[in-house]
Design a protein around this ligand. Structure first.
Ligand code: EPU
Length: 430
């Protein structure tokens, strides 16, 4: 078992380079099997565990995966020979379900165990299924555990999503690029990683238009080919460093970012009193006083991202005044507030609303990472707090932040990964 130990209270200073976007990589990697060829992917966050599981899954179905350098991989999908993926491969992450769309596109058939992933409330896949069925697939879910989708002929069709869903938009795009005729996804997600996936698919010869708007038009093609493609920078990792810079009253240049993707985060940090300077591919964020309060409502892109909500709540727990955070995507994304309370934060939660009464300082404490972004919030809280914070269950953080200790360490943070012995449990007694 591992944990992070942080001695807080040190302002972060210096430069840090953001990795490739986790959620883009998780869509692009399974998409590569649509080419039946060799794809080279650059700027891949290879060492995060979610990406690792996706690469293992590729091998499991017969693809070749070669590490070219620390952030470049080559996927050879010429010999993919299975449309079946078992629970062992899917249980760790949500995005494993992108293999349903990709295998349907490749073979007209997929049998994939239900996905795992962070618990943020119920995560139904009805819109994915609705999309596959609109394209002509017969879909069954066995014992709520295995999704089987079979299509004699995938046929393009209009699909209206009942709610904006990143996952459903991705999955329908993956199947539709090989369907016969035109698919129109209405009320599609507009996140940067949707645009990145569309660009990758088009680089392989697909015909996808409108990604980044709420109507995506896909004209199916018969064949796709290999390509070289570079994944966009991670918007949420960048936002996490931005908030950490402000919460620690530091001054940080964050490189390898697309400032446009960070606008909703920059706007809120400026509202709290931070200085945010934009460059072509970097942002510099600084703060030298206690933050002011601000209210946040999470929304699909271009609104404030739900994946930045816990990190921002840490900052607001240190603000002058009372802030209100409203979570509109996930029904259970405030569990981390119990951990923050152990550090002295004053937060009350009522359903999807959190009322945060800012305190002057947080104090270090033993806490745990309930999920990936909750874990990022614990790191920020530990960096900003006085004293020592120990974070357990960091496997969640390792799912989505590449070299997190090294990166924060390079900014002057006192953060270490510590190996510790598993606590003695009743079963150990035999
Ligand atoms: N929803 C349905 N039915 C569906 C699909 C979604 O009701 O068929 C609901 C969900 O329950 C949720 C809302 O629609 O209330 C939005 O869900 P969405 O499908 O957009 O989320 P997702 O694709 O499962 C991705 C990210 C999440 C991020 C959300 C929202 C990946 C792998 N995951 O999840 O990222 O929170 O979009 O932006 O891209 C993270 O990186 O920490 C993370 C959790």
């Amino acid at each position: 078992m591992e944990k992070f130990v942080i001695n807080g209270g040190i302002p972060l200073r210096g430069e840090v380079t953001v990795s490739g976007a986790k959620n883009a990589a998780l869509a692009v990697i399974p998409a590569a099997i649509l080419s039946q060829d060799i794809c080279r992917l650059e700027n891949v966050p290879v060492s995060i565990s979610d990406v690792n599981y996706m690469m293992k899954t590729l091998k499991y179905i017969g693809a070749g995966v070669k590490l070219i350098d620390k952030n470049t991989i080559e996927i050879d999908s010429r010999h993919v020979n299975s449309y079946v993926i078992s629970h062992d491969m899917t249980k760790y992450l949500r995005a494993s379900y992108y293999f349903i769309g990709a295998l349907l596109g490749r073979f007209g058939r997929a049998r994939v165990a239900m996905p795992g992933g962070c618990y943020l409330g119920p995560r139904p896949i009805d819109q994915h299924i609705k999309g596959f069925e609109a394209l002509g697939a017969k879909v069954s879910v066995e014992d709520n555990a295995i999704v089987e989708a079979v299509a004699e002929n995938l046929t393009g069709s209009p699909v209206y999503l009942d709610m904006v869903s990143v996952g459903a938009t991705v999955n329908i795009m993956l199947a539709a690029v090989k369907a016969e005729g035109l698919t129109v996804i209405e009320n599609a997600a507009k996140e940067p990683h949707i645009v990145d996936l569309a660009n990758f698919l088009n680089s392989m010869g697909a015909d996808v238009r409108g990604a980044g708007t709420d109507v995506i038009k896909i004209r199916g093609v018969e064949n796709m080919h290999g390509c070289t493609y570079s994944i966009i920078p991670d918007q949420i990792e960048a936002g996490t460093f931005m908030v950490a810079a402000v919460a620690s009253k530091g001054d940080v240049l964050i490189k390898n970012v697309i400032p446009k993707h960070l606008e909703s985060i920059s706007t809120k940090l400026i509202e709290c009193g931070a200085t945010v300077e934009e460059f072509d591919e970097a942002v510099r964020v600084s703060m030298d006083s206690r933050p002011g309060k601000c209210n946040i409502k999470t929304m699909p892109h271009p609104g404030f991202p739900t994946d930045m909500q816990p990190q921002m709540a840490v900052l607001l727990s240190l603000a002058k005044g009372t802030s209100i955070v409203s979570e509109s995507i996930w029904s259970n994304r405030f569990r981390y507030t119990e951990q923050l309370a152990r550090m002295g934060a004053d937060i009350s939660v009522d359903g999807q609303l959190a009322v945060i009464r800012g305190v002057e300082a947080l104090k270090g404490a033993p806490v745990k990472a309930d999920d990936l972004r909750a874990g990022a919030a614990m790191i920020i809280a530990g960096l900003a707090a006085n004293g020592r914070t120990e974070i357990e269950d960091i496997l969640h953080i390792d799912r989505g932040y590449e070299n997190v200790v090294e990166k924060f360490g390079s900014l002057g943070a006192d953060i270490r990964r510590v190996y510790c012995v598993e606590p003695f449990s009743a079963t150990d007694a035999g």
